[in-house]
Design a protein around this ligand. Structure first.
Ligand code: PMP
Length: 390
């Protein structure tokens, strides 16, 4: 990859956010410029056209995730908002004192904190599913901890730190065996894997547009239509109502019931372009490309005595590691001098850092534009860091 001014740049932080293809930038610029108007309200033609574009994007998302229909797609600001929506609306209506929510050790804070807030509000309790030796969610342990009070299992489809891929169908079958629902945090899976909600058989699926080569400020909640139908609204305002009266207000059917206010119009249009772009490359090809790069990087890092590798061998394009005697932030700073951008920190997964016994890790993550030259540059930087730290 090169910067806008043509210098080489080795971007290895796609798990944080993806760089945007020109097609997405152009779609966003058009939506903000010559096509711009509000949606769902205007009687003039440009607004009507924007509304068509907005709803076409919803259909495109539905098709991309293998939904039964566009009514299962709620457009939100990001994965964080999607999970908070489920916690507040579905969780508030369905969980009570003594009910249990199962999470795992490797969850991102956005798939922990909303459930803690819900637990505080309702008296529900949280169980934490441990990891296997090779840092996958331990489905054997999950099975053992499920019980009649388990109402929800919420797990990352792909770990943002370790790249571990969950056997999501097996997790769904386990959750359903005790009558619980399964929410999948698909933030890292949506940009890397082909999605099919019917095959996964989960109940809720959340992801962010900006990791899927789209803009920030747009995300998706997929949920089974019958669940959305039964869920109360979570934010009130314009666009989510049927009729407003001081004597009592009635609400629109889903998904509009969950989309209060003027929506993220330009972001939705750009997300459509991003999905077209990713689909043209092919999610299966993307997955193969990134797992091959991750395997190659793991092989190169394993040859260095000073490096500890985390995560499973078949990680999905994300590699976390620690260098003996070098704080990940120092490594990141030295690598930056070599035009290599990695992430250093707790990656919003502090319980996982605790489990790994480190305050932070260095993380290299790949995207569709990554190639072997990025790995070579990273390894050159790591060798230089070793020389500096003796
Ligand atoms: N879950 C996972 C696994 C993630 O990687 C992230 C983003 N780092 C999130 C949730 C939260 O996504 P966002 O900040 O876009 O809402």
């Amino acid at each position: 990859m090169v910067t806008a001014t043509g210098e080489p740049w080795h971007y290895l932080d796609t798990a944080a956010t993806a760089q945007k293809p020109q097609a997405v930038i152009d779609a966003m610029a058009r939506a903000l410029g010559e096509d711009y108007a509000t949606v769902h309200r205007g009687v003039y033609s440009r607004s009507a056209e924007m509304t068509l574009g907005y709803e076409a994007a919803r259909r495109r998302v539905a098709d991309f995730v293998g939904a039964k229909g566009e009514n299962e797609i709620v457009l939100v600001r990001g994965a964080t908002e999607a999970i908070n929506l489920v916690a507040q609306s579905w969780g508030g209506a369905n969980l009570g004192e003594g009910d249990r929510i199962v999470l795992s050790t490797l969850e991102h804070h956005s798939n922990i904190v909303p459930w803690q807030m819900l637990a505080e509000r309702t008296g529900a309790e949280i169980d934490v599913c441990p990891l296997t030796e090779d840092h996958r969610i331990d489905l054997g342990a999950l099975e053992a901890m499920l019980g009649p009070r388990t109402k929800l299992v919420a797990l990352a489809h792909v770990s943002n730190v370790l790249g571990s891929v969950l056997d999501a169908r097996a997790a769904a079958d386990l959750a359903h065996s005790v009558g619980a629902k399964l929410l999948l945090d698909g933030c890292q899976a949506a940009p890397r894997m082909a999605l099919d909600m019917t095959a996964l058989d989960c109940d809720f699926y959340a992801f962010s547009g900006h990791k899927l080569y789209g803009p920030t400020g747009i995300g998706v909640l997929w949920a089974r239509e019958e669940l959305l139908e039964a869920m109360p609204p979570w934010q009130g305002g314009g666009a989510m109502i049927d009729k407003v009266d001081f004597g009592g207000t009635t609400y629109a059917p889903p998904p509009q019931r969950f989309e209060a206010g003027t929506p993220m119009i330009t972001e939705v249009i750009a997300l459509h372009a991003a999905i077209d772009y990713v689909d043209a490359v092919g999610p299966e090809r993307l997955f193969a490309h990134e797992t091959a790069l991750a395997k190659q990087l793991r092989g190169a890092l394993r040859s260095l005595n000073s490096v500890t590798l985390f995560g499973p061998e078949d990680s999905a394009g994300i590699v976390s590691f620690a260098m003996k005697g070098v704080h990940p932030h120092d490594l990141g700073t030295i690598l930056d001098e070599e035009d290599v951008a990695i992430r250093a920190g707790h990656h919003c997964a502090q319980p996982l850092m605790e489990h790994l016994g480190v305050p932070a890790t260095a993380r290299a993550s790949f995207g569709l534009y990554s190639d072997e030259s990025d790995i070579e540059a990273l390894m050159r930087g790591i060798e230089r860091t070793q020389r500096i730290f003796g």
